[in-house]
Ligand binder design. Structure first.
Ligand code: PGA
Length: 239
């Protein structure tokens, strides 16, 4: 393992811990530009965030929230769409100044990626990217094989990602998505990699202690000086 921060927190307090860290960042920088993931891992954090903000008297009203990735082929408003999920779980609750997502309805996917990158650049780039850890080591939809310089782009989803989408209520699941690229993730000042539950312990161990390789895209984060890994004790990497 390299010199990044690794927080292992008891499962019962994990979500409050991460919500508290987000409030710290918003308190220090009210105009924070933060990219957030969907998936099941961060949902308990998002549930606690409004209360954690209120308890500390901190507002997200000047912040920009950026969506990490999006499925292709689902209609606007579909309940499994990432913009819908992040909208309901965070944006509606904390009312940031801006929500940057992928405009896959009005634009062709490649054009939606270009527009997304331009919008992120226009707000000064990402201060913080929060990531879930995929079962196959993906981050966002940067599936195994994604090089560190991979841009924001259209990507074919791996079988395990498609399977997970079935759990979100889409069957058959989408075959493709658009994602903030590896290069965009690595350009952020700070990266938090979240992992919870015993099902993530193996891939977290591989991420932190295996070879740094595009085969496990999350392993590439180890070269970033601002990486913080925040796991619960069930996902604790084995020694
Ligand atoms: P999960 O997904 O949070 O639902 O486990 C993580 C991911 O696949 O990115």
């Amino acid at each position: 393992m390299t010199g990044h921060g690794l927080d292992v927190v008891p499962a019962a307090g994990w979500a409050d811990h991460v919500a508290g860290l987000l409030v710290d960042r918003l308190a220090a920088r009210p105009d924070l530009v933060v990219c957030l993931p969907t998936g099941s891992t961060p949902l308990p954090v998002y549930e606690r965030l409004p209360g954690a903000l209120a308890a500390r008297g901190v507002s997200a009203g000047r912040a920009t929230i950026v969506l990490l990735d999006e499925f292709l082929g689902l209609p606007a408003g579909h309940r499994a769409r990432c913009d819908v999920v992040l909208g309901r779980s965070v944006v509606d609750r904390v009312q940031p100044a801006r929500f940057i997502a992928f405009d896959v309805d009005a634009l062709e996917p490649a054009a939606a990626c270009a527009a997304f990158e331009a919008e992120v650049a226009a707000v000064g780039g990402l201060d913080l990217v929060v990531l879930g850890l995929g079962r196959n080591g993906h981050i966002g939809m940067n599936e195994p094989g994604s090089a560190p310089d991979a841009p924001t782009r259209v990507i074919e989803l791996a079988p395990s990602t498609r399977e997970a989408a079935i759990g979100y209520g889409v069957d058959p699941p989408p075959t493709h998505g658009v994602t903030l690229g590896m290069a965009g993730i690595l350009a952020a000042s700070e990266i938090w990699l979240l992992a919870t539950g015993t099902a993530k312990a193996g891939i977290l161990t591989l991420t932190l202690d295996g070879p740094v390789s595009p085969n496990v895209p999350a392993s590439v984060l180890r070269g970033h000086p601002g990486l913080r890994v925040i796991a619960d004790d069930a996902a604790r990497p084995s020694a």
